[in-house]
Design a protein around this ligand. Structure first.
Ligand code: ASP
Length: 326
């Protein structure tokens, strides 16, 4: 063996030993969860609720949230994929993690190769909203109005590959009508413009819409879950509204960069599982019409399987729709 090879092996062994020794005392500084969308939106709400609970469930931890928004979430995801894999940079992202490979021709990360999986968090239904003065009070009234006025109507979303974009795509292809889409850095700013009347429509997770619907600041026409929600009982499903089978649910999950030491991942899995049993997290989800996963789905194995299945499911649907970004 040459001297340089021995030196190289020794250096690798030493840095691995240092990483594992660090893993024993982890965490010793704040842990940052990146949210790839704007503050105040649905992914942000999920991440902040989780961060507070993980601060309680992981001994010695202070878990904070950082918003790195833009390009349908891909900027924030890339940042975490390239971060030091030491357990201090994590990512909360939704279904967009599975759709990005089919939507983006150039993607600086591979969801199936560049991450350690920690676990699934929840499933969140969406709601189809219009601005308060909009001339339709139901999906049944909306569809003919859109067909007759497509050029006039603007449909907000959080960028290509966001959940709001997917919901919008499915809606427009179901009713065979193209509307003008307006991308934002997250659905928090999209919601502000919907309330202000600058855009006409938005499809978004209930974690961002429940309070605005209840306060009468926007008009909700339907929920995208197969059944009505306890939190918004009066709101019909899309199927009841004449679009049978229309169903979108947004799942969120927790990731770390590839190479994060196994003992650190183990601590994070335990912290995630503690968080989804936390009464404050349970109450917040119940209030916002979202459903936490069972503990056996808050695991690296369950997330790995789910993500692979979702990448395989969405690829053909997106390619068939012919939507992509360069
Ligand atoms: N709900 C957004 C989406 O459409 C993202 C966000 O702002 O959290 O993907």
């Amino acid at each position: 063996m040459t001297h340089s090879l021995v030196r190289g092996l020794l250096a690798t062994a030493l840095s691995l030993a240092a990483a594992w020794a660090g893993a024993q005392t982890y965490p010793t500084k704040p842990i940052a969860i990146t949210v790839p969308f704007a503050a105040g939106g649905p992914t942000d709400v999920v991440a902040r609720t989780l961060a507070e609970a993980m601060t309680r469930s992981l001994p010695g931890a202070n878990v904070i949230v950082e918003n790195v928004a833009g390009a349908g979430g891909t900027i924030g995801v890339t940042k975490v994929a390239k971060a030091t894999p030491d357990g201090y940079s994590l990512l909360v992202h939704h279904i967009g993690m599975a759709t990005a490979p089919a939507l983006y021709r150039k993607l600086a990360f591979d969801p199936l190769k560049d991450f350690e999986y920690i676990g699934l968090i929840n499933d969140v239904p969406m709601t189809l909203l219009v601005k308060t003065g909009f001339p339709a009070a139901s999906v049944k009234e909306l569809v003919p109005y859109l067909k007759a006025n497509a050029a006039k109507v603007s449909f907000a979303n959080a960028g290509l590959g966001s959940a709001s974009h997917l919901c919008g795509l499915m809606f427009m292809s179901t009713i065979e009508t193209d509307l003008t889409t307006v991308p934002y850095k997250g659905t928090a700013p999209a919601m502000t413009d919907l309330i202000g009347g600058q855009v006409d429509m938005l499809c978004d997770q209930t974690t961002n819409t429940t309070q605005q619907i209840k306060a009468g600041k926007v008009k909700a026409l339907a929920v995208t879950s197969p059944r009505r929600l306890d939190t918004l009982k009066e709101l019909p499903t899309m199927s009841e509204s004449g679009l049978p089978g229309f169903s979108v649910s947004v799942w969120h999950a927790l990731y770390a960069p590839k190479g994060t030491p196994k003992p650190v991942i183990d601590k994070l899995v335990a912290a995630l599982q503690g968080a989804i049993k936390d009464p404050a997290v349970i109450k917040r989800h119940a209030d916002l019409g979202a459903e936490l996963v069972s503990v056996d789905r808050a695991t690296p194995e369950a997330l790995g399987k789910h993500l692979a299945a979702e990448v395989a499911r969405w690829g053909p649907i997106i390619r068939k729709a012919g939507v992509y970004a360069d």
